[in-house]
Ligand binder design. Structure first.
Ligand SMILES: C[S@@+](CC[C@H](N)C(=O)[O-])C[C@H]1O[C@@H](n2cnc3c(N)ncnc32)[C@H](O)[C@@H]1O
Length: 280
């Protein structure tokens, strides 16, 4: 079978399985299988697949038909300006989370070395993007999941930052290192009702421990805020990602814990997504 035939067959199969972008997904899968750029494939549609490539193609296609996200099948996802390795142990970096990077950079001057903590680093996408932009800063990244932390370490190595970011496998509740200038976190914040309503791609494939914020969605947000109060210097910044209906409750928790709200920013679809606050 040549590229053209396999692309058509694959697309139809994904369509039948109600996959949203069958055309793009099948091109990316073929590109992974034959180790060629997507553009090269489209320029050489008469090329034939080898047997071993056919087997691999069918395997990846069937994973996609079962709604496994492309980032796990391909093994990477682009975030900010960089490529991050992804597997089932980590949440797939989201475009909305780039807002956390954008907001944080406003509070990190180019010429000042700040001490940063990333709580729940996952793939490491936030902290690695930040240190790429501000190499003068020092950072620690923690995660309760050892498997996620291993992915983050690999990503740091891939971006030549393995000696600049310290990775620690620990629950935020047990972490005791103080005097941070800035804490960032995208904690799990989905409540149990919303968790059940998520698309199958997310619900059945991404780690629950990275999504579920307990019955009301605030379990980990509360933990991060209460702990940050202790770990931050006075005037230190806490920058958190929130669910789009969590603004009021979160600002209340922050105010009750003596944080001043600097800014609440909206994501790409106009929903409240990121709060910048200062420990008073
Ligand atoms: C929503 S994911 C965010 C991952 C990554 N920072 C991002 O933005 O793509 C939340 C992460 O927090 C970690 N986590 C959950 N509870 C935690 C806790 N109590 N202490 C430390 N990390 C925790 C999870 O393992 C997961 O990797």
């Amino acid at each position: 079978m040549n590229y053209n035939q396999i692309l058509k067959k694959g697309e139809n199969y994904l369509k039948k399985n109600k996959i949203q972008n069958p055309n793009l997904d099948v091109e990316l899968i073929l590109s992974k299988v034959v180790h060629r750029k997507r553009e090269d494939i489209l320029l050489n549609t008469n090329n034939k697949l080898k047997n071993v490539e056919m087997i691999k193609f069918k395997h990846f296609l069937s994973r996609r038909a079962q709604k496994e996200p492309m980032a796990y099948i391909l093994g990477y996802k682009h975030f900010w300006k960089y490529k991050f390795l992804t597997n089932k142990s980590v949440l797939i970096p989201r475009p909305d989370t780039e807002l956390v990077v954008e907001e944080t950079l406003k509070y990190l001057p180019n010429d000042k070395s700040k001490k940063i903590l990333d709580v729940g680093t996952g793939s490491g996408c936030i902290v690695i993007s930040l240190i790429k932009e501000r190499p003068i800063c020092t950072a620690t990244a923690i995660d309760i999941s050892i498997k996620a932390l291993n992915v983050a370490k690999t990503n740091a190595k891939m971006h030549q930052l393995e000696n600049k970011i310290k990775f620690i496998n620990i629950d935020i509740d047990k972490y005791k290192s103080y005097n941070y200038d800035l804490i960032i976190s995208n904690p799990p914040y989905i409540n149990s009702i919303e968790l059940n309503r998520l698309d199958d791609d997310i619900k059945f494939h991404e780690p629950k421990s990275a999504l579920s914020g307990g019955s009301d969605g605030f379990r980990d947000l509360k933990k991060v805020i209460l702990k940050s109060k202790k770990l931050l210097k006075i005037n230190g910044k806490l920058i958190i990602e929130i669910g789009h209906k969590q603004k009021n409750q979160c600002t209340k928790i922050l105010n009750d814990n003596k944080f001043y709200i600097n800014e609440i920013s909206k994501d790409l679809s106009g929903k409240d997504r990121c709060i910048v606050s200062t420990k008073l």
